[in-house]
Design a protein around this ligand. Structure first.
Ligand code: CO
Length: 136
């Protein structure tokens, strides 16, 4: 079951400059950066309860975010719904014909399990499902 809007992610070409903007200009709390090797991204999180802002940047200049930045320069990248049972949500949505970017969940930030629904299944919006570490 989907239980919350976990985060909204923005793809950024200059992670340090964007972290500075969100901390100093917008005055948000910064909870740190984390490299997510499975997704080839460097992430930075700003908790803004009950959700968070995630900045995503390519890890070592590679991966899907690198391609996105090449095409668009930066922008709103995805929404993430929190799930209390990701396998159940994947099965339910697959039954309804939703397409996913991978066969099953992989490791996300903060030891979560994550999977992405194909944007063509959701009117062009990339949606991540995320089950936090304490729920699996
Ligand atoms: Co995300």
């Amino acid at each position: 079951m989907i239980t919350a809007l976990d985060h909204i992610a923005i793809a950024v070409p200059d992670l340090e400059a964007s972290i500075k903007r969100f901390m100093e200009d917008f005055g948000l709390e910064f909870s740190g950066t984390e490299d997510v090797v499975a997704a080839k991204t460097s992430t930075a999180f700003f908790p803004l309860p009950p959700t968070s802002i995630e900045l995503v940047h390519p890890l070592q200049g590679e991966g899907p975010i690198a391609k996105y930045l090449e095409k668009k320069g930066g922008g709103l990248h995805h929404l993430c719904f929190r799930s209390d049972n990701i396998e159940e949500d994947i099965a339910r949505l697959k039954d309804k014909g939703y397409q996913f970017l991978s066969d099953g969940p992989s490791d996300g930030a903060h030891n979560s399990k994550v999977i992405f629904i194909h944007p063509k299944s959701c009117d062009g919006v990339l949606i991540e499902l995320n089950q936090p570490a304490d729920d699996h």
